[in-house]
Write a protein that binds this ligand. Structure first.
Ligand code: NDP
Length: 285
């Protein structure tokens, strides 16, 4: 066989996208597995997404990640969408399946994998989610798909919160409930899985406005903040002896799912995790 100079392309479309770190873990994984694949971080402005998707078809891309502001718009340009991504109304990973350009959402799947790797049981349990944005939506839909019994959604903006509760009640088998978050929140003591799905703690050292004394033994406490192993929120839980799951592992896990969709091979999760630890200068527990 002759030498091949050709590479397989994957990457991310977004705007702004220059601070998106996904290339670090995906490229580390491709290089480790000696797959001739290259991850490109590509600025696609609002209004240019249709042309960009046509371009990736024309240039035979293996797949692409989709980030802000395109996660919702991209659905209409694809050949098929997974059931959970359709329920969420958001796609973050595009790949080829049976010759069709297919949309999937790996955010919630990455979250779920962290819990499953920790042997946390989900069936019949109760979740309490802080926030009702894209991350909350992805997590709620995947928890429902895994058989959770009920999901409470606490949000400042009632309309945003009710929109997610409606999705849970109308499109999943779980029971959704809205909690208005306009004062320091007390977490119900029968909560099994508590999730911070707000950006609080991302660019600051703040923690969500809840009564930390209402955290009770047996609760699994999860954060979505992707750039830290220990947010102030998770430290509060740890100091009370509770099990914690961080957003950095969620980020790695969702990237691992995308890797598997693109390559058809198991992801070298440890390699990806180490690459992100190095990038963020943290050590994961
Ligand atoms: P959105 O903007 O879609 O939603 C943000 C949500 O947080 C809204 O419900 C908003 O409430 C709420 N919120 C914002 N600030 C506060 C505050 N100070 N107090 C209480 N609630 C607040 O964001 P996303 O869902 O896309 O992202 C949320 C976080 O999740 C980000 O930090 C992002 O980096 C992270 N993320 C991590 C992933 C991972 O793999 N680890 C994957 C995806 C996201 P309201 O409606 O009232 O405005």
């Amino acid at each position: 066989m002759g030498k091949s100079y050709q590479k397989q392309w994957v990457g991310v479309f977004g705007d702004p996208v220059d601070d998106n770190p996904t290339v670090v873990m995906e490229q580390a994984a491709f290089d480790y597995a000696e797959i001739p694949m290259e991850y490109l971080t590509i600025q696609v402005k609002r209004g240019d997404l249709k042309a960009a998707v046509e371009g990736l078809r024309a240039m035979n891309f293996t797949g692409i990640n989709i980030t802000m502001p395109h996660k919702g718009e991209v659905l209409q340009y694809l050949d098929q969408i997974s059931e959970s991504a359709r329920t969420m109304g958001a796609v973050n990973t595009v790949y080829w399946k049976d010759g069709k350009l297919t949309g999937e959402n790996t955010d919630g799947k990455g979250f779920l994998k962290s819990l499953q790797d920790g042997n946390v049981s989900i069936k019949g349990k109760k979740a309490f989610i802080l926030g009702a944005g894209g991350a909350a939506r992805a997590i709620a839909v995947e928890l429902a798909g895994a058989g959770i019994a009920s999901i409470s959604v606490a949000n400042r903006n009632e309309e945003h919160g009710q929109t997610l509760v409606k999705i849970i009640n109308e499109k999943t088998a779980a029971e959704g409930r809205f909690v208005l978050w306009n004062t320091t929140l007390s977490i119900p003591e029968d909560t099994d899985i508590l999730v911070n799905a707000t950006p609080v703690g991302f660019t600051d050292e703040k923690k969500p406005d809840i009564d930390y004394d209402s955290l009770k033994e047996g609760m699994n406490v999860c954060d979505v903040i992707p750039n830290k192993a220990w947010t102030p929120f998770l430290l509060e839980a740890k100091n009370r002896g509770l099990r914690t799951f961080n957003g950095l592992q969620m980020l790695v896990n969702q990237g691992a799912v995308a890797y598997e969709l693109w390559t058809g091979r198991p992801a070298p999760v440890e390699v990806m995790r180490k690459a992100m630890e190095k990038e963020y200068g943290v050590i994961l527990p």
